[in-house]
Design a protein around this ligand. Sequence first.
Ligand code: FES
Ligand SMILES: [Fe+2]
Length: 403
Amino acid sequence: MTPEDFFLLAAQQKPGWTLDRRFYLDDGIADAEMRAIWNRRWLFAVHAVELAEPGSFVTLEIGREPVLLVRGRDREVRAFANVCRHRGSRVCTAPHGRAARLVCPYHAWTYDLDGTLCSDVRGHGASAEELGLKPHHAIEVGGLVFVCLGDTPPDIGPMREAFARWFAPQGLPRARIAASVDYRVAANWKVVFENNRECLHCPVAHREYIRANYDIHLADPRREAEIAARMADEALRWTAMGLEAPSLVSDMTAAWWRVNRTPLVPGFVTESLDGAPIAPPMGQYPTHDVGTLRATIFPNFWMHGSGDHAVTTRLLPDGAGATRVRVVWLVDANAEEGRDYALDRLMPFWQRTSEQDWEICENVQRGLGSAHYRPGPFETVKERNVAQFVAWYLDEMRRGGTP
Ligand code: FES
Ligand SMILES: [Fe+2]
């Protein structure tokens, strides 16, 4: 596909309708997304607690880019291209670990935690100063570590300020990772995110989720008064606790991120199967019953934080037709498995909901593969956030990439 063909195709997309199938299937467009989105935007990488000590490192692959995150002796988190400056080997090959220095497994070139080369390379006719690891941008926000592979990262200021404030009581910088599950979902990453941006499918797909949450009733005039009263009650209760007041779940605060807190249905003090607590209150929460703190960041992160645990989801693209997804469950730093929580009570709510979603997404991807697929219309209220995601995506692609 030539750049002209791509811009023409992007311009032809009808607002409020699903995209042409080529956006979900075409390798050229997937490559362009790497340049326009995955190598330009801020991406959620890991939880800060995964880089607990100086020398802690995590490796990940963002498309074809091997990335290394390391906590330095000064406790700063840094990101680098995980690519040796000698002949290009990956420097760290383990998914995570801890090291005093970073030693390439090929010829043992050795880098300090700040990326500077420590090896004597005079025999190569070069100086160590010019051969440090290529740095990427990295930032810690509310216990989440973001990376940006682009030279000029987008302005993260307003998001950073809002997340620092909203996330403070959840205590993620000191949380314990209770569990994580990795999935390879056979669907394009946009199919996965689009599915996350609406709850029109919830009554059909999510028996557990809809018992705890109001999402499906938000546009229902019969529930309007009840929900408004609940929001008002919770606003008083939460602001008295020093938390931000509740807000409606669905509107994006900005084009690429949102954060809010919303009440759970009475009877549910946390997102568990029966609504009963599943771990001690987390972070600075004085009680379990604080609704859910929800956050969404395009293109690869969402979270639901209850009073006693938080569940984050990270997406990374794996070509046009697949997405690598990691779901992480976090509890308070002092909570102990067996004594304070059990995984078979902590995990099912979001494990089931997530896996129900992956099945939906794989089913959509198979439909997109059909020559008979044609774009379809979004529901104007309940799928408006999908339309917003698609508009954001097309905008980013127009700005940053051509096949
Ligand atoms: S490629 Fe890393 S030391 Fe040779
Ligand atoms: Fe869903």
